[in-house]
Design a protein around this ligand. Structure first.
Ligand code: P6P
Length: 333
């Protein structure tokens, strides 16, 4: 079977008017950077013998050298591509200005987690890069129009560095998966139309935080664990602890992923701009739901770069059940 290449797919989307030349150029830069990151992640098993956490990121989390290396690789490719004007990265407190005057047709802002789940690298568990692209109007007087919500995303995607390197992406017309051919260095279209089943049979959550979960989440988990074989219960518990890996499994096999508020993370742990919004856009484009408990993730107002939100996403019927638990609560109060 001849698989369409990512490059060919970009040309097709530009010709179809789904994305602009500028957006396709930013995407090409991201895909080239992802090939480079894939190489250092897969080689890392040797480096990790000498790797020491050198700094902490904006959230006080130890930064492995690989976090920073991945960040630097994406910055380098986006800078050379001259199409990305602003970059919001998990690894940097402030917005990075890559502005140049070469192109003035639109202003592209990329929000990204260059290497999510990096604490799993040393134990050979899949990690990933997550990204979102916004094209904003440049108002010379007011400066860059701030991102209002995830509904403004033009493109969202992630790259999972696992047994194979796969890039999953949406432009708002469905969800596609491209797998890296290590011989040619090309991403090939391997998943032409990813659809999320309405129901699934697994749930992903860090149950170590169970005592701190909101009672709606505890109620939902009790439902998941019931012995009711006629209704496909109990569900299987599947948790990697690497968001990209947990979401990729949920997307392909169905199920639900939850990172609710806890005592250590009262607003949740996952970041809205470069983890929750892109994953929510992909999940919804594949036919699923993504909420913070009460609200669609994509509707949550963006207040700051590293804002955290509770995140519950996956198969429509399963997430809807959690939403109903929160909604009934608000009706009864
Ligand atoms: P916990 C990885 O550190 C990460 O940011 C996500 O990739 C993952 O879903 C989550 O944190 C895991 O957090 O508290 O379960 O270890």
């Amino acid at each position: 079977m001849i698989c369409n290449s990512f490059v060919q797919h970009m040309h097709d989307e530009v010709e179809a008017g789904v994305i602009t030349v500028g957006l396709s150029a930013v995407l090409m830069d991201i895909s080239l950077a992802a090939v480079a990151v894939s190489r250092i992640v897969n080689r890392n098993v040797f480096d990790s013998l000498v790797m020491v956490p050198e700094t902490v990121n904006t959230h006080g989390e130890k930064q492995h050298r690989l976090d920073m290396k991945a960040h630097d690789i994406f910055v380098s490719f986006l800078k050379k591509g001259k199409r990305c004007n602003y970059l919001i990265s998990e690894e940097c407190e402030d917005t990075i200005d890559l502005h140049n005057d070469l192109y003035d047709d639109s202003v592209y802002t990329v929000c990204m987690d260059p290497l999510d789940g990096s604490s799993n690298i040393d134990v050979n568990v899949s990690v990933g890069s997550i990204f979102s692209i916004y094209s904003q109007e440049w108002q010379s007087k007011a400066g860059l129009t701030p991102i209002k919500s995830g509904q403004e995303q033009r493109v969202a995607g992630y790259v999972i560095y696992g047994t194979s390197t796969t890039m999953v992406i949406t432009f708002g017309t469905g969800v596609y998966g491209f797998t890296l051919d290590y011989v040619t260095g090309e991403f090939l279209l391997t998943h032409p139309n990813i659809r999320l089943s309405k129901s699934g049979s697994s749930y992903a959550i860090n149950e170590g935080n169970s005592e701190d979960f909101p009672h709606q989440i505890r109620e939902f988990l009790a439902f998941c664990k019931q012995s009711d074989f006629e209704n496909n219960l109990p569900y299987k518990s599947r948790y990697v602890g690497s968001m990209v890996a947990d979401i990729h499994r949920t997307l392909l096999q169905g199920g639900i992923f939850l990172y609710p508020s806890t005592s250590t993370h009262p607003k949740g742990k996952l970041r809205l701009l470069y983890e929750c919004n892109p994953m929510a856009y992909i999940i919804e484009q594949a036919g699923g739901l993504a909420i913070d408990g009460m609200r669609p993730i994509l509707s949550i107002p963006v207040l700051k770069n590293h804002q955290k939100v509770p995140f519950i996403a996956g198969s429509y019927n399963m997430v809807k059940k959690v939403l109903n638990l929160y909604s009934n609560e608000s009706i009864n109060n």
